[in-house]
Write a protein that binds this ligand. Structure first.
Ligand SMILES: Nc1ncnc2c1ncn2[C@@H]1O[C@H](COP(=O)(O)OP(=O)(O)O)[C@@H](O)[C@H]1O
Ligand SMILES: [Mg+2]
Length: 140
């Protein structure tokens, strides 16, 4: 698996990184199922900040807040290949089953969907094998 490490010195730089990653995902050809990106790392390590830039990079105009209290928030996309963006936060899930109750399997089946999953490591066995993983760490 290809790995790289990047350092971000500010929330702004983390958002810019999110936007850049989103734009490169938009260039991917439509596959057999959704593009899933798992964000992993401690509380306060920048996952939601990254997600805000990611959504912006997909062209989402609405302000993206932490979905911690809603678990999942869908956004419509108007890009050529991708039509739906799901911002998901597994922090408050009592069990991975709760994600299934939110129709996770149908989301993954949609090749025109992109799902960004904060705390994706908590639902690891529900992620497709080709999911992208981004690990967040405090540098200091
Ligand atoms: N380089 C950085 N990247 C992202 N966030 C940073 C950075 N430096 C400081 N912060 C601050 O840290 C907090 C990160 O919180 P958040 O993105 O909600 O993390 P998480 O979703 O992983 O819990 C924000 O308040 C943000 O302003
Ligand atoms: Mg968060």
């Amino acid at each position: 698996m290809k790995k790289s490490t990047l350092v971000s010195n500010s929330p702004r730089a983390t958002r810019a990184l999110g936007s850049k990653v989103a734009k490169s995902i938009l260039k991917l050809p439509v596959g057999k199922h959704a593009v899933v990106v798992s964000l992993e790392g401690d509380l306060g390590s920048g996952k939601t900040t990254f997600s805000q830039g990611f959504a912006r990079g997909l062209g989402v105009k609405e302000r993206v807040s932490s979905p911690t209290f809603v678990i999942m928030k869908p956004y419509k996309l108007k890009t050529k290949n991708y039509k739906l963006f799901y911002h998901i936060d597994c922090y408050r899930l009592k069990s991975p089953k709760e994600l299934l109750e939110l129709h996770w399997k149908d989301i993954v089946k949609n090749p025109r969907a992109i799902a960004l999953v904060e705390w994706g490591n908590r639902v690891q066995h529900l992620l497709p094998r080709d999911a992208f993983h981004i690990r967040f760490k405090h540098a200091i």
